[in-house]
Design a protein. Structure first.
Length: 189
C-alpha cells in the first residue's frame, strides 16, 4: 500500500472542506488552518486550489472510466453489466465520499481540464446507455426509454455520497446488491 504523502493529506483535507463549504467558499487559508500550518507552506506541496480540485475530480473520473471499460469489455449479460456499474459506483463512493461531492458539485470550476472531464463523463454515459440499449434489444430489459432508465439509475448512484456517510455499519457489497435489486429488478413483488 502506498504511503500517504503531505500532498495526499492536503488533497483529502481539501476534499472534505469542499464537501462541507463548496469549492468556491474554501480559501487556501481555510485549508492551511485545517492542516495546522501557514498558507504559504501549502505551496511547498501544491500549486493552487485549482490543482487540488483537478486532482480530486480527474482521478475519480478516470477511475470510473477504467471501471466502465472493464464492464463493457466483459462477456456478460446487460443485466450483469448494470449490476457491475452499480457495484462500481458503490465502491468508488464508499471509498471517497468527499471526492464524490466535488465530482458532482464542483466539476464546473475546472479550468483547463473541464473539456477533458466532460469528455470522460460523456463517454461514460454513452457506454452506460449502450449497455441499457443492448439489454432492451436482447429483451433482457423492459422496452422502456433507455435514457430515462439511465437517468433514474445515475441520479441515485450519483447521490450516494450524501447517504453513505450516514451509515456507520455500511457493507458496500450488500449495498450494491440491494441497489441492484431496486434499480435493476424493480420494486414489484
Amino acid at each position: 500500500m502506498k504511503q500517504e504523502t503531505r500532498k495526499d493529506e492536503i488533497i483529502v483535507t481539501a476534499a472534505k472542506l469542499f464537501k462541507e463549504k463548496g469549492y468556491s467558499a474554501v480559501t487556501m487559508r481555510d485549508l492551511a488552518t485545517a492542516m495546522g500550518f501557514k498558507a504559504a507552506s501549502l505551496y511547498n506541496h501544491i500549486n493552487s486550489k485549482q490543482d487540488i480540485l483537478k486532482t480530486i475530480i480527474i482521478s475519480i473520473a478516470e477511475e470510473f472510466t477504467i471501471g466502465m471499460q472493464s464492464i463493457i469489455n466483459s462477456e456478460t449479460s446487460s443485466i450483469s453489466k448494470l449490476k457491475s456499474v452499480v457495484n462500481l459506483h458503490v465502491n468508488i463512493t464508499s471509498n471517497n465520499t468527499n471526492g464524490m461531492a466535488s465530482l458532482n458539485n464542483d466539476w464546473m470550476h475546472l479550468e483547463d481540464q473541464l473539456s477533458y472531464y466532460l469528455q470522460l463523463r460523456n463517454d461514460y454515459e454513452a457506454n452506460f446507455l449502450n449497455i441499457i440499449r443492448e439489454g432492451v434489444s436482447s429483451s433482457e430489459i423492459k422496452n422502456s426509454n433507455p435514457e430515462i432508465i439511465m437517468f433514474s439509475m445515475l441520479t441515485t448512484l450519483r447521490s450516494l455520497y450524501l447517504w453513505i456517510p450516514k451509515k456507520e455499519d455500511l457493507n458496500a457489497n450488500e449495498l450494491a446488491q440491494n441497489l441492484s435489486e431496486v434499480l435493476i429488478e424493480g420494486i414489484n413483488k
